[in-house]
Design a protein around this ligand. Structure first.
Ligand code: C2E
Ligand code: CA
Ligand code: CA
Length: 350
């Protein structure tokens, strides 16, 4: 600190005043347990760069714990890039049911990593930390292509299914997102873009609501519709909800899991359904873990449902085998309110 203060004092020479800035980096052995002197000097140098990045005139200390974390992150990142090149990712599909007709309304595509040593990995074990990296561009594009491939494959087999993909906010916010998307769609001329849907998180829109709304409208012009995912977990701002051009709102599974006997959750879900319908949006409930969970949802007029109680996410081929086995549970059919034909939103007025 004394060195910083001393250097910061203005110098005068030949009637001119000069100011110098000093940046310092340091590391301390043995907290930094590097045995090699070279490594210690490199770490001090790394800390010096950090001091310059922070705007100079300061002292930074090398942080071994943070450094290890960064190295691990970098190794993980490199391994994921490799996984994409080696084609180790795959998509599983989870059906969504139309609660008024009982029909399969489409599927949500969920990424999996078929790891050569660790087996099938869920996104929770490899996606966190990636959301704001540039890896979301190639990975997001891969998911889109893979979903379109699958729509076409099902279509060739006589099955028409809409596929909903989860889109990284960072990917969607790329300036050329819509251009790239339309190029990808052109690679699949026999797939209708309306069979591709997208789910976004509310946090995606938080940086720049106007920009994201415009982006969604541009995608809509291509024929793609949007869902607002995990509704109720973030800020759940009514302003976002009103201004974002989304067709569906997905109630987060934390509101659905106790819906059977928690009256507050029941009241919340019922009001969310009413509000969404009043604003001309449809509601998807996720986390429907049993037939009993679906009963109040049907009663409240929720439009679509998804969850382990209907089907777990599964490989594409398993979807083909599962569909003929699906039948709307009698308990749900019994709950269905009587509605005038064509009055889709009338149910919410009960
Ligand atoms: P999400 O979009 O909320 O997806 C729903 C998650 O809930 C899935 O987990 C699904 O397997 C799980 N789930 C479905 N029904 C039930 C149920 O009845 N009970 C319970 N407890 N869970 C249920 P999964 O596949 O592990 O995906 C986790 C998250 O990873 C997803 O949450 C999504 O945010 C993200 N994700 C998955 N695939 C992609 C992708 O291709 N792109 C992006 N950007 N994110 C993805
Ligand atoms: Ca989702
Ligand atoms: Ca969700």
């Amino acid at each position: 600190s004394r060195m910083l203060a001393a250097v910061a004092r203005p110098y005068s020479h030949g009637g001119k005043v000069a100011r110098l800035t000093l940046s310092m980096g340091m590391t301390v052995y043995p907290r930094d347990a590097s045995e090699e002197p070279d490594a210690l000097i490199r770490h001090a140098d790394q800390a010096l760069h950090e001091a310059k990045r922070k705007g100079k005139s300061c002292l930074c200390r090398f942080d071994p714990v943070n450094d290890l974390r960064q190295q691990e992150h970098q190794a993980h990142y490199t391994r994921l890039v490799e996984a994409l090149e080696r084609d180790e990712f795959c998509l599983y599909y989870q059906p969504k049911i139309d609660l008024s007709s009982g029909e399969v309304a489409g599927v949500e595509a969920l990424i999996r990593w078929q790891h050569p040593d660790r087996g099938l990995l869920l996104p929770g074990s490899f996606l966190p930390g990636l959301e704001n990296t540039d890896f979301t561009f190639p990975l997001g594009d891969w998911v889109l292509r893979q979903a379109l491939h699958q729509i076409r494959r099902w279509q060739d087999g006589g099955l028409s299914l809409a596929v909903c993909v989860n889109v990284f906010g960072h990917h969607l916010q790329q300036p050329d997102f819509v251009e790239r998307l339309s190029l990808i769609l052109q690679e699949f001329p026999d797939v209708s873009p309306s069979d591709l849907q997208m789910e976004i998180l509310e946090t995606t829109a938080m940086n720049d609501l106007d920009e994201v709304s415009r982006r969604l409208l541009d995608c809509q012009r291509l024929g793609i519709s949007f869902s607002l995912d995990d509704f109720g977990t973030g800020y759940s701002s009514l302003n976002y909800f009103r201004r974002l051009p989304v067709k569906f709102l997905k109630i987060d599974r934390s509101f659905v899991q106790d819906i059977i006997d928690n009256v507050e959750d029941q009241a919340l879900v019922e009001s969310i359904v009413k509000m969404a319908h009043a604003l001309n949006r449809q509601v998807v409930a996720e986390g429907v873990e049993s037939v009993a969970h679906g009963v109040p949802l049907v009663r409240y007029g929720c439009d679509l449902a998804q969850g382990y109680g209907i089907a777990r996410p599964m490989p594409a081929q398993a979807v083909v085998d599962w569909i003929p086995t699906w039948r709307m549970p009698d308990l749900w059919a019994a709950e269905r309110p009587l509605v005038d034909a064509g009055d889709r939103y009338g149910r919410s007025l009960r």
